[in-house]
Design a binder for this molecule. Structure first.
Ligand code: NAP
Length: 407
């Protein structure tokens, strides 16, 4: 660079690989697809990022909120960032360079984007966040590990109970925790943590105990004729009573339930996406058991391949219709047509649209593909009932009454 060239500096947006929990929230939130990932790191492409900050508030860990002043020509590339185990330090920029440099300003926060960011219900309990991180995890003890799917069912879904003893680890329904599998990956690096939704109520899997439950499906994949075992899910599903587990979190400050009596919950889920729904249902059940006011209606749409594959099928069937209205959708039952949750929603369109007109909170959790189908069904049903779903949806989002967690 000649003395006459003006140096252009940028404030480069980076993600801390040591703290990031790979939850994909940032990539999903970014309105211009500037965030990408491989099987280790989530990274921001400096050629695309416009600094709109839309991804910052939704990040459950704060790992997204890192910035380095750097000459534009030397910006860290996507390829560089994918190799990182930790963030580089801020480079020294000589005062004389700073005095003459042009600093490319990031555009201001984009209000249109933030308006669509999901927020917590106004009456939600204030969640505790990030009490333990990957450098300082809390150690939990396994006190239970039960298969939830039938012995003959193809999928092995488990209910795993973790006890925190006398360590403080408060969680709310809808929050998640991180689990760090022990050992290292094929390249010798420690495994990154995986997130799981809490499946139990805030006062413990067993009321009054300092424990929580997870709903975990054992992941087994076929690649080029070889069976690949999901690292974290197999680690968790194989745990025995007394085993110790490294846990981080709690995470999540939006997918929370309303605390006020009279609020209706419309819960739509597939497979292990049932974890937060179980937590919310159980919390309401306990309130009712203790004669606390819980006037709101609970409506559940739950999809699985078959009754044998549906987690918590037995316990769910024991809950009375006066407490929770259940619509179960089965996609692979011999001799029967494939039914998805969105089909069940359409069938129940009268009661669903009625519920939508009240003080209702929607929760959608599970397979990514289900989200579009559910949104389409809600839109069609509202049209049939002379309701404007686009307007209603925007209002529910702004009021913290619409929540999605799909993968
Ligand atoms: P799964 O057994 O593969 O699927 C559950 C049901 O959803 C099946 O009946 C399936 O039907 C149906 N389905 C497939 N595509 C659909 C679509 N486009 N619309 C509606 N239904 C559809 O589910 P899973 O393996 O348990 O996965 C659940 C998801 O929840 C995973 O992505 C997981 O990451 C996520 N999740 C898990 C947790 C947790 O804490 N464990 C928390 C939040 C979210 P067919 O396969 O027969 O077509």
């Amino acid at each position: 660079m000649s003395a006459n060239d003006v140096q252009v500096l940028i404030r480069q947006h980076l993600i801390d690989p040591e703290v990031c929990i790979r939850c994909n929230t940032c990539e999903e939130t970014c309105p211009i697809d500037a965030i990408t990932h491989d099987d280790r790191n989530y990274v921001v492409d400096p050629a695309i990022c416009n600094g709109c900050n839309a991804c910052v508030p939704p990040c459950p860990t704060g790992s997204i909120d890192h910035w380095r002043m750097i000459p534009k020509v030397a910006a860290y590339s996507v390829a560089d960032q994918l190799t990182w185990d930790e963030l580089p330090a801020q480079q020294d920029i000589p005062e004389e360079s700073l005095a003459t440099a042009v600093i490319e300003a990031a555009p201001q926060h984009n209000a249109a984007v933030s308006a669509t960011s999901l927020i917590a219900p106004h009456s939600a309990e204030k969640p505790q966040l990030n009490l333990f991180d990957i450098r300082h995890p809390v150690i939990a003890t396994v006190t239970g590990n039960y298969r939830l799917t039938d012995a003959q069912a193809e999928s092995d879904v488990r209910h795993i109970v973790l006890d925190f003893g006398n360590q403080i680890f408060p969680v709310l329904e809808g929050q998640s925790i991180g689990v760090i599998p022990p050992g290292t990956d094929a390249s010798g690096k420690p495994h990154y943590l995986r997130m799981y939704s809490v499946a139990s109520a805030r006062d413990g899997e067993r009321a009054g105990y300092n424990n929580l439950a997870l709903t975990v499906k054992r992941v087994l994949l076929e690649e080029e004729g070889k069976q690949i075992k999901g690292v974290a899910s197999n680690y968790l599903c194989d745990l025995q009573k007394g085993d110790k587990v490294q846990v981080t979190g709690p995470f999540g400050d939006r997918f929370l339930m309303p605390n006020h009596s009279g609020s209706n919950l419309l819960m739509i889920c597939t497979g292990t996406g049932a974890a937060p729904m179980r937590a919310m249902t159980e919390y309401r059940r306990r309130l009712q058991m203790h004669s606390k006011p819980v006037d709101g209606k609970l409506m559940l749409f739950f999809g699985a391949r078959s009754p044998a594959e549906l987690p918590y099928f037995g316990p769910l069937r024991k809950l009375p219709a006066s407490f929770i209205e259940q619509h179960l959708a089965f996609s692979r039952v011999d001799g029967e047509p494939r039914v998805y949750v969105q089909d069940k929603l359409r069938e129940a369109y009268k009661s669903v649209t009625e519920l939508l007109l009240g003080d209702t909170y929607i929760y959608i959790c599970g397979l990514k593909g289900m989200e579009a189908g559910v949104m389409e069904a809600l839109s069609d049903m509202c049209r049939a009932a002379n309701l404007d779903w686009a307007h209603m949806h925007a209002r529910m989002v702004a009021e913290g009454r619409f929540h999605v967690e799909t993968y």
